[in-house]
Design a protein around this ligand. Structure first.
Ligand code: PAF
Length: 294
């Protein structure tokens, strides 16, 4: 994703903004100049998955902003929040290289100033899978995304499909509240061995990284089996595959409806489902998913 640039000027191209109202002003200037704003919200510790979101945003917009903010509201575990990787200087360099125009990195106080934490109607989408394992997580995500959108005012935003439940919930809220922003889902980026790219992978040892590849193998096995068997049978053999694997603690593996996120066992009249998995590899909790089509 390296940006081709012959001069040292490129290193100063990205605008680095801490102040929320300065982010709004930046966005207004872009639009006054006829440039649509594409926005990639992140919590930093950027990897090639994030870079692909920026590349997608750049292909459809004249101006691209990325936020870096580790949102305490979406962590229900203090240790997880404390251990979340932070590497602002390296992230800034990656964003410069890929040609991002603006980085918004507000402080917690500035972002949430004069704004209580709101409770959104998530239509039960937050009660299953990640939501069941991490109570309050999605309310925290929606709160921060609303604040980021409020300040950055993007035309379109780009989210990774790895966080499929997050994307479904944000799309639901955006529709219900008529947020004037396009929500674009982008394919999960994977390591050559299939491991879904994630900032959390940094916390895996070499051996754990290898072990973690069983998540994608299990999802791929469901994908293959579900074309000839029921979703229930396909899921069952994938669970056995994980349980036979030492050092992996399965949290959930579900086959669900893409919109309601409710478990489905048979194809019935459907043509599409999603297999979603969460598991601990050592101390690190990883998630992944795959689309199933019959
Ligand atoms: O997907 C993430 O990195 C975060 O949940 C998001 C959307 C940036 C909100 O903090």
């Amino acid at each position: 994703f390296r940006r081709s640039c012959g001069s040292s000027k490129c290193a100063t191209d990205v605008e680095f903004i801490l102040n929320p109202s300065a982010a709004t002003a930046w966005s207004a200037v872009q639009r006054q100049n006829g440039r649509s704003v594409g926005f990639v919200p992140t919590m930093g510790a950027l990897h090639d998955g994030h870079m692909s979101l920026i590349v997608n945003a750049k292909s459809a917009n004249k101006a691209v902003a990325c936020s870096i903010f580790v949102n305490p509201l979406q962590f229900n575990n203090a240790e997880d929040l404390a251990n979340y990787p932070r590497q602002l200087a390296a992230d800034r360099e990656s964003l410069e290289r890929v040609g991002c125009d603006m980085v918004f990195a507000p402080s917690e106080i500035a972002l949430y100033a004069n704004h209580g934490v709101l409770t959104y109607d998530l239509n039960g989408l937050d009660k299953v899978m990640e939501g069941a394992s991490r109570p309050g997580h999605f309310q925290g995500v929606v709160n921060v995304v609303e604040r980021l959108f409020h300040y950055v005012r993007p035309n379109s935003t780009y989210f990774g499909e790895k966080d499929r439940q997050q994307l479904a919930i944000l799309r639901h809220v955006a529709n219900a509240l008529k947020w004037p922003v396009d929500m674009i889902g982008c394919p999960t980026m994977r390591e050559p061995n299939g491991l879904a790219m994630s900032s959390r992978n940094m916390r895996l040892s070499g051996e754990e990284r290898q072990r973690a590849t069983v998540l994608f193998r299990a999802l791929s096995s469901i994908q293959a089996a579900s074309t000839v068997a029921s979703l229930k049978a396909a899921k069952h053999s994938a669970i056995e595959m994980i349980l036979a694997h030492p050092g992996i603690k399965l949290d959930y593996l579900e086959t669900v409806d893409p919109l309601t996120l409710q478990p489905i066992m048979e194809w019935d009249m459907r043509n599409e489902a999603i297999a979603m998995i969460a598991a601990y590899v050592g101390k690190v909790r990883l998630i992944d998913n795959i689309t199933l089509r019959r």
